[in-house]
Design a protein around this ligand. Structure first.
Ligand code: WTA
Length: 617
């Protein structure tokens, strides 16, 4: 019933999923996943907002992602095809993935890691990144993947918050024809991370790197040890046991460690991927994202494996060495379903259609986007030039905290460019005003989710209070989840997500907190105070603009802007570098000292700054 819903059946199935969530999710869990032991209760809401799903069940995501395929014809089918930026290719059947993950799991366990520990992973986009994640899960350890574009400070902060004993990294990776020297960054981070005892280093580029005796071990040397080929049982976990932490930006300073679990996350991510992209074992799926972000966790690593699909993973820059790199790979590997971000689409668009036309893209049947609202021009281009007017575009709205897609079309849903359309089954989404009343059609409001769902984050690592405060305090009385986005619904109930309501900005689809960037700016010795805002950018969607007050007596030299940018690059990483640094004498603040970013933004765009009654000066 659920799997073959037609447009006409959508309202009924949707109503059933909202009114009977335990029946709805229980049935899907039974039909689509294997469990070591079934649950006693599908949903435990006795301690809101700390919901528990599939209470009492025993599972491990690896059982559904790998182990069960080994008993079927999927055993010998290709799970991953990986292409390096220089053009080297490796591919792995489900059986081979199991072999590689087993090796890695034995090695991780030999380093003293066991159930409940958190391993930090800082890797380029190579197969060993995926094997490390899966290996942690297999032995019941949680992983914390730190995006390889982050700096040593950002990496150290995340290692320290998780108190990891083990770091898995590589000598480097290839990006735009250059080597990214990850090992030096990792070394610098480990200096500041006292919890790290050991470091596994995968050889990717072969350049010389500094290895610390007794701490750093080459992965290929460890693989020579006879024990690595021993059988490694998949550890039985409670459905609610932690699968991973993923740090993401929020309103206040420190990134938050969002937690997902083995049970609910397995079900949710695989269900939405199957339903939204109709993904089946015969499909070749390409999610052009970095495994270091939630999109990669859910839709490169876990959900496609659970569904038994074939996934493509690519190491490098999407327009290197030529703007048609991606289209040549769609053609070469016969990709059926392609998923990327509006920023990437705009990046491809600017090179024109002739780069696309050189390739046969007829294998494509569905397209998708994620990360920010897609502008009509990019949608049209994606539809016409890439999808050749025959591929529906699944515009998926979701978040690190939601685990998987939340508001999105199904392939049968009539589309409207720029709208993520309707809530998926089981998702009770609405747009409300400050008091919690649903807004009228066309009226902007606050996006909320009114009922729990299995893929929801369980908490923020070591900070239950912050979890409650950030997501559940605004509509505490009603018990609704605050997504942090503004949106409107149209006459037909379609959702149009507008922007973030908080101090989170999306730059090229990457989620960054203004507070983190500001703290990087003020850690530069000449900067006394700083504020950052996002201004519209043709390709990136938004670009960071910084406003800095310099210390008394500091001279604005011709190189100062560059020095500050370099400092931010070093503190946070290239994605956080401001487009422009402006030097100012004061910043607009409220009387309580909060920077009024909306005033800065309006001024920068030559717009009316609106109500200034609360401004201090
Ligand atoms: C934004 C990424 C409009 C939104 C999976 C959300 C979107 C934030 C869309 C989460 C979309 C994501 N349309 N906006 N289809 N998808 N967003 O945690 O602001 O990196 O709150 O997760 O991205 O970003 P995150």
């Amino acid at each position: 019933m659920v799997e073959n819903a037609t447009v006409k059946e959508y309202p009924n199935t949707y109503r059933f999923s909202i009114e009977e969530p335990e029946k709805f999710w229980g049935k899907l869990a039974e039909e689509n996943l294997e469990w070591y032991k079934k649950w006693d209760k599908v949903l435990d809401d006795s301690n809101k907002p700390f919901y528990k799903w599939f209470v009492g069940a025993k599972t491990n995501i690896i059982h559904n992602a790998i182990d069960r395929h080994l008993k079927t014809i999927n055993r010998n089918k290709v799970a991953f095809i990986w292409e390096g930026e220089p053009g080297d290719v490796r591919s792995f059947s489900y059986n081979a993935v199991n072999r590689e993950v087993t090796k890695m799991a034995n090695i991780i366990a030999s380093m003293g890691v066991s159930k409940g520990d958190i391993v930090t992973i800082y890797m380029p986009q190579i197969p060993e990144l995926i094997f490390s994640m899966l290996a942690c899960a297999k032995i019941g350890a949680a992983h914390s993947v730190v995006y390889a574009g982050f700096s040593s400070t950002a990496l150290a902060d995340r290692i320290n918050d998780a108190s990891s004993k083990l770091l898995i990294t590589a000598d480097g990776g290839f990006r735009r024809g250059k080597i990214v020297d990850l090992k030096s960054i990792a070394n610098e981070a480990v200096e500041k991370s006292p919890s790290i005892e050991k470091c596994i280093v995968v050889k990717r580029t072969g350049q010389d790197v500094k290895m610390e005796v007794e701490r750093d071990f080459w992965y290929h040397n460890l693989c020579e040890e006879p024990f690595v080929n021993n059988k490694c049982p998949t550890v039985e976990m409670d459905a609610e046991d932690m699968l991973f932490i993923l740090y993401t930006s929020g309103t206040t300073g420190k990134p938050k460690g969002v937690i997902h679990t083995h049970g609910g996350y397995s079900l949710y991510t695989s269900t939405v991927l199957r339903m939204v992209f109709d993904l089946k074992p015969i499909d070749r799926w390409w999610c052009l994202a970095d495994p270091g972000w939630i999109t990669g966790h859910s839709f490169i690593v876990y959900a496609p494996l659970i569904l038994g699909a074939t996934t493509l993973l690519y190491e490098g820059a999407p327009t290197y060495p030529n703007p048609d790199r991606v289209w040549s790979m769609v053609d070469k590997y016969g990709i059926n379903v392609f998923y990327t971000s509006p920023t990437a689409i705009r990046g491809f668009m600017r090179f024109g259609n002739s780069w696309v036309k050189q390739h046969d893209l007829s294998s494509l049947r569905l397209l998708g986007t994620v990360g920010e609202p897609i502008n009509p021009a990019a949608w049209e281009w994606y539809h016409r030039v890439i999808g050749q007017e025959k591929c529906p575009i699944m515009d998926t709205w979701w978040q690190t905290e939601t685990g998987g897609f939340m508001i999105s079309p199904y392939p049968i849903t009539p589309l409207k460019p720029g709208s993520a359309t309707l809530p998926l089954f089981g998702i009770d989404a609405d747009v409300v005003d400050e008091e919690g009343n649903s807004t009228a059609p066309g009226e902007e409001g606050i996006l909320v989710i009114k009922k729990p769902w299995p893929g929801m984050a369980r908490t923020i690592y070591k900070d239950d209070d912050r979890y409650k405060q950030v997501y559940w305090s605004k509509f505490e009385k009603q018990g609704w989840y605050l997504a942090g986005d503004s949106a409107r619904r149209d006459e037909e109930g379609y959702f149009w997500v507008i922007a973030r309501l908080d101090d989170v900005i999306k730059v090229s689809g990457y989620r960054l907190g203004t507070a983190e960037i500001e703290s990087a700016l003020v850690s530069f010795p000449k900067v006394a105070e700083a504020a950052v805002i996002a201004l519209p950018h043709d390709i990136k969607g938004n670009a960071i603009h910084a406003f800095c007050i310099l210390n008394e007596g500091t001279e604005v030299t011709t190189t100062l802007e560059k020095e500050i940018k370099d400092h931010v690059r070093h503190e946070m990483g290239p994605i956080a570098v401001p487009e422009k640094v402006n030097f100012v004498l004061s910043l607009p603040k409220t009387r309580s000292g909060k920077i009024m970013r909306r005033v800065l933004k309006a001024k920068a765009q030559g717009l009316d700054p609106g109500d200034l009654s609360t401004i201090e000066d």
